[in-house]
Design a protein around this ligand. Structure first.
Ligand code: ADP
Ligand code: ZN
Ligand code: ZN
Length: 721
């Protein structure tokens, strides 16, 4: 009898009959499931790492007459690495998903499609045969010794195919002492926090660490994770430049399914020495994985928000510790969770203390909008500062993290405001883009109202749907409207807007960024998209038009997120500034007294983190407690609330009976409350003991199975509550 994991929400593995040769742990097979044939992975239960307390569900025990025979062994796929299988088992157990849906279900779709294993004609080759064949024939660089020497010893004379870049790292300036110290430290296994502001030389440390790792061992593989790959073409470029001649797999969202399968195989077979990707790349099998780098570790996009709600950063920690290798968590603003681990001496702290290029950090100033009101979005002081920089031939970044023209359309006479019928949240007024010369005077009829939660758009009503009044007006200000203000105030300035509506793909963004770098624009106005890792030489002024909405957001992580965004935005200013004058950052706010700004003015990231941690500790919030959410959605709000209340009481009782230190809160509505016509609520479980929390989640899951009318899921370590 063979245990096989398949992509199905049932027991961890299914039993199959097999009379052929022994099938080792991790062998890929074709297995019948119902009327289908599916991809499966052979699991030897005794080979799963039980030392780590792995108790993944159980194998299904079927009556003998129900047991089917395995179809065949798929030797074309390299058998899964046992360590990787353990990682999958851990992730499945921790984030409470069926093992097979993770271990098999997260493979590239193309590899799960069983059609691709069937030869087109008798005796011919299947699609996968051909793909794997192609991989083997591709240029033999990854493990050949010459290329390794080339990298390690910088033997520039060794040319050859696929090796065009002759600059190597020789042309780079010498490492500074912070960088050398960091590199020396991370040569030993462990989890390291690399804390440094933008421009402090973190990327240089990543590329150098990866280069050394790959040069020191002819098989070593390196995994580099980034929050959003389309937005970091520069980063990928720097790795390819620093480590020429090795196979690099860049896991884009824009690659085809077949290409994704090829990259996966390349990593799984050990050919790809460097894998760069977003959160899902933590699931990539890499048998010789020796170093993991997580850039911008605080970024919330490392947390998957549907299906298996995993944190790629946290899994990276587990994976690095499992393998006894180095993990580098880099950030200008490490997360509270990460700071706490530093304080507990679980992670080592490495700081890059100043900008690698030596220029001064920007100075940050607050503008109190009570005294200097933001007219049309801009305070007087901001206007004067912009005019000054324009006169001096510098560039300006105006930051507003709000897409569209105005956050809501409203009726002046009855108070009606535009809402999404499905989600219940305000719909955002958008001016049509691409229309050359569109201005505030364009007829409103061509504009759209768009829901930023579900994406559904609708036309703008001519009159108020409630009272018929014709006087509908946009309320508030998005980047499009701010762009109008800037154009009206500085008619001679060249203005470029960058947000998700003007730039959808990484390539397009790279082109816009080049325009900025070639000084073809004077004022850049944009959203979050601009906050991340780009190098703007002449940016002498940053104006943050409005950060207040984020400041008063009830989510306990909202201030931390805002702080991080503002530090990042400030980091965009004044790199390579020749004049010697430090760049300025002006923040327009109604709450200049807010604690966050005290630390921001001094750019005291560590101080802010300490203050945050003290608050979290006294409120018993993560990272001082463990959290999980049980969420439910249903058409009937009253019924959902009632059922969730019952669940909360049941869980509380259960915990009390077993003396488990768990508290259940709620039910509370989620934001947005409505989605696809269903009301969404949750209860939140908080505990000082993880095992108790997990046991209680098992109780919650039984309850969920009995209440199928509700659309339920569990989120372990939720990032938005
Ligand atoms: P970060 O990733 O922290 O933003 P980078 O590695 O991109 O920092 O470095 C910022 C800038 O400083 C880059 O232009 C880089 O080429 C330069 N740089 C990095 N390290 C050094 C160094 N040791 N000496 C001089 N310049 C450096
Ligand atoms: Zn009205
Ligand atoms: Zn909606």
């Amino acid at each position: 009898m063979i245990s096989v994991a398949v992509d199905a929400p049932m027991a961890a593995t299914l039993d199959y009959a097999w009379s052929g040769e022994t099938l080792p742990h991790g062998t890929w097979v074709l297995a019948p499931l119902g009327r289908r044939k599916v991809l499966g992975m052979v699991i030897h239960w005794d080979r799963l790492d039980s030392a780590r307390g792995m108790s993944v569900d159980v194998s299904a025990t079927l009556p003998p007459e129900k047991i089917k025979a395995l179809e065949k062994r798929l030797s074309v796929l390299p058998a899964a690495d046992p360590k990787w299988i353990d990682l999958m088992a851990f992730a499945a157990r921790y984030y409470r998903r069926p093992f097979g849906t993770i271990a098999v279900g997260l493979l590239p779709k193309w590899l799960r499609d069983t059609k691709n294993y069937i030869p087109k004609k008798e005796g011919g080759r299947s699609n996968v045969d051909r793909l794997v064949g192609g991989l083997l024939e591709s240029v033999q660089t990854p493990t050949d010794q010459a290329s390794v020497e080339k990298i390690g010893g910088q033997r520039l004379e060794l040319g050859g195919d696929g090796y065009q870049d002759k600059t190597l790292t020789a042309s780079e300036p010498p490492l500074n002492s912070d960088q050398s110290r960091a590199l020396a430290a991370i040569a030993h296994p462990g989890v390291f926090v690399l804390h440094g502001v933008t421009g402090s030389g973190k990327t240089r440390v990543y590329t150098e660490a990866a280069r050394r790792c790959i040069a020191s061992d002819p098989q070593a593989q390196v995994l580099v994770m980034v929050p959003e790959i389309g937005l970091t073409p520069q980063l990928v470029g720097r790795f390819t430049q620093a480590i020429p001649g090795v196979e690099i797999a860049v896991l884009h969202s824009e690659v085809t399914e077949r290409e994704r399968a090829r990259l996966w195989l390349s990593a799984a077979s050990g050919r790809a020495r460097l894998v760069i990707g977003t959160r899902l790349s933590i699931m990539t099998p890499m048998p010789y994985l020796s170093l993991i780098i997580v850039d911008e570790e605080h970024d919330h996009s490392y947390k998957q928000q549907e299906g298996m709600r995993y944190s790629a950063r946290d899994l990276a920690v587990w994976r690095a510790q499992q393998l006894g290798i180095t993990l580098v968590l880099g950030s200008a603003t490490p997360s509270a969770e990460t700071w706490a681990q530093v304080q507990r001496h679980k992670y080592s702290y490495l700081a890059l203390t100043h900008r690698a290029t030596g220029e001064p950090a920007a100075t940050i100033e607050l503008i109190d909008t009570l005294h200097d009101p933001a007219k049309e979005g801009l305070c007087e002081k901001s206007r004067r500062a912009i005019a000054q920089v324009l006169a001096d031939g510098g560039q300006i970044l105006v930051f507003l993290n709000r897409r569209g023209y105005a956050p809501v359309l409203s009726c002046a006479s009855c108070g009606w405001s535009s809402r999404c019928a499905d989600c219940g949240v305000a719909t955002v007024l958008h001016r049509p883009d691409r229309m050359e010369g569109a201005s505030a005077r364009s007829p409103l009829g061509q504009w759209r109202l768009q829901c930023h939660h579900c994406g559904i758009g609708s036309s703008v009503p001519r009159q108020c749907p409630d009272c018929g009044d014709l006087d509908l007006a946009p309320i508030g200000r998005g980047v499009q409207r701010l762009e109008d203000t800037l154009a009206a105030t500085f008619p001679a300035a060249r203005i470029l807007r960058i947000d998700r509506d003007t730039v959808r793909q990484g390539k397009a963004l790279a082109a816009e960024i080049e325009k900025i770098q070639r000084h073809e624009v004077d004022i850049v106005v944009g959203t979050q998209m601009l906050a991340k890792g780009h190098d703007f030489a002449r940016m002498r002024l940053v104006v943050v038009a409005d950060a207040d909405t984020q400041l008063i957001n009830p989510d306990f992580r909202a201030p931390e997120r805002l702080f991080s965004t503002l530090i990042q935005v400030a980091g965009r200013a004044g790199r390579h500034e020749q004049s010697g004058v430090a760049a300025r950052v002006l923040i327009q706010t109604r709450y200049p007294q807010h604690r966050l700004y005290r630390y921001l003015l001094n750019q005291d990231v560590a101080g802010y983190a300490c203050a945050e941690l003290l608050d979290r500790e006294s409120a018993n919030l993560p990272p001082f407690s463990h959290m999980a959410a049980v969420r439910a959605a249903h058409r009937d709000e009253g019924r959902t609330r009632k059922l969730l209340r019952l669940l909360r009481d049941e869980l509380q009782q259960f915990a009390a009976q077993h003396d488990w230190p768990v508290t259940a809160y709620g039910p509370v509505a989620r934001y947005p409350e409505m989605q696809a016509g269903k009301w969404r609520g949750q209860i939140v479980l908080e505990s000082s003991a993880r095992p108790a929390l997990h046991q209680l989640l098992a109780v919650a899951e039984n309850w969920m199975a009995e209440h199928r009318e509700l659309d339920c899921h569990v989120d372990v370590d939720p990032v938005e509550v």
